[in-house]
Design a protein around this ligand. Structure first.
Ligand code: GUN
Ligand code: ZN
Length: 434
């Protein structure tokens, strides 16, 4: 539930209006040294200099002083697996072995609603601890896991996206649905949850290997019936995965051609990984406005490959960044930026810290088509916030002694920071961490 009591948060405010073109692009963001936000009814009612905001607030409005910390829009994770909270840190070779040996067995346990409820609590505790206020998650193939997922989000007042994983082959029988049952269950869940409070339903076929053509057809039908819904799936993550997909779909021009053929592409389509893309696929991504989701900790952990951000963006493809827990190894979007930065360093692509913090806030909000609600500190938007301390550890504090600019501070946060740097997380105006 949103916190209805008005309050003022005082601190150093940072919010982006566009993607910074370089280190000196000060037009891309607003930074207010002695800033304040007035929160009312779960929304940001005012944002500006502390003195101005305090003057507009009713007398007696509580002031929460977060100085000298930074206040940013809450972090957004565009690709994560809720039933993989106990899969994270599993020693495996590559994607397909990791799925078969650890992931599918762990997801089978979500047939039990009580298990889903317990893991949902832990999952949201982890998101909040790490400053993530919105995520788009794969639930398991069991409808009960979707209920557990959205029920817990509702309790905390968080804007979450997610859906039932559709999978009807190449997995243990207990995890498989059918094309028809996946359609029926997804539709019922969508009707129940999409637009209820802050919930957004995402049509979620796992990937082409675990869906028959009939099931991808059903996913396309759902999207046509509910065009405001998102779709999420995986693509071009791993060479063995790609080869197997092309065996299963010999008629397709390439991997993206499979999803394209069933009408699954568009501006609300989130495609996890997009590492090994050909030129035709890049063109189709651009034409359809589909989003390529970079999952650096996962791509390194599973040895999948290096996401070519510059190549994708030069081709006009929209990009987002995400943890992909449990293939990913950390819930923290700061740790994710750190690993992402290194993946791009290996390809001689420089990523500036201002661009990084834009990416995990407004950039990811735009990738989700939710920039009117989340991702900035604009008045009228939802009060989803993170408060960051760049001196949270001894290592960080020592390094901060010589930091002279906001950019340096941000780089310390992304390179050394994790949940310890997150002082507080607010969702719909409510403090959830402390
Ligand atoms: N491809 C299909 N399923 C998955 C999954 O759970 N994680 C990752 N990283 N890739 C996948
Ligand atoms: Zn994934």
């Amino acid at each position: 539930m949103a916190d209805m009591t008005p309050k003022i948060l005082r601190g150093r405010l940072l919010s982006f209006s566009t993607a910074p073109k370089g280190p000196d692009d000060t037009d891309a963001y607003s930074y207010i040294e002695d800033g304040a936000l007035l929160l009312r009814g779960g929304k940001i009612a005012a944002c500006g200099e502390f003195a101005d905001v305090a003057a507009t607030a009713d007398e007696g409005t509580a002031i929460i002083d977060h100085r000298p910390h930074l206040i940013l829009p809450g972090f957004i994770d565009t690709h994560i697996h809720f039933p993989q909270a106990q899969v994270i840190a599993s020693w495996a070779d590559q994607l397909l072995d990791w799925l078969n040996d650890y992931t599918f067995p762990a997801e089978m346990k979500f047939a039990d609603k009580a298990h889903g409820e317990r893991i949902a609590k832990a999952f949201y505790d982890a998101l909040v601890a790490h400053g993530t206020t919105t995520a788009s998650a794969y639930c398991s193939s069991h409808p009960a896991s979707v209920d557990a997922y959205f029920e817990e989000a509702e309790r905390r007042g968080m804007l979450m996206l997610g859906g039932k994983t559709m999978m009807d082959r190449n997995a243990p029988a207990d995890l498989c649905d059918t094309a028809q049952s996946a359609y029926d269950d997804s539709k019922a869940l969508l009707k129940k949850w999409n637009g209820r409070g802050r919930a957004h339903y995402v049509v979620t076929p796992r990937f082409a290997i675990t869906s028959t053509p009939g099931q991808l057809e059903a996913a396309g039908t759902l999207l046509r019936e509910y065009p405001d819904c998102h779709l999420q799936t995986h693509i071009n993550e791993n060479h063995n995965e790609i080869a197997y997909t092309l065996e299963l779909y010999p008629e397709a021009a390439d991997y993206l051609g499979v999803y394209e053929g069933f009408g699954l592409l568009g501006r609300k389509t989130l495609l996890g990984h997009c590492i090994h893309m050909n030129d035709r696929e890049l063109g189709v991504m651009r034409e359809t406005g589909s989003v390529a989701v970079f999952c650096p900790t996962s791509n390194l952990f599973l040895g999948s490959g290096l996401f070519n951000k510059a190549g994708l963006e030069q081709a006009g493809v929209r990009t987002a960044i995400a943890t992909d827990v449990g293939g990913g190894t950390n819930y923290s979007m700061l740790r994710t930026l750190d690993e992402g930065y290194k993946v791009l360093q290996l390809q001689r692509q420089r990523l500036h810290p201002l661009a990084c913090f834009h990416w995990i806030t407004l950039g990811n909000a735009e990738a989700l088509s939710l920039q009117d609600r989340i991702g900035t500190l604009e008045p009228g938007t939802d009060a989803d916030l993170v408060v960051l301390d760049a001196r949270a550890t001894q290592t960080m504090a020592l390094r901060m002694e010589t930091a002279e600019s906001l950019s340096e501070e941000l780089f310390v946060l992304q390179t050394l920071g994790d949940d310890r740097a997150v002082v507080e997380t607010y969702a719909a105006g409510k403090a959830l961490k402390s």
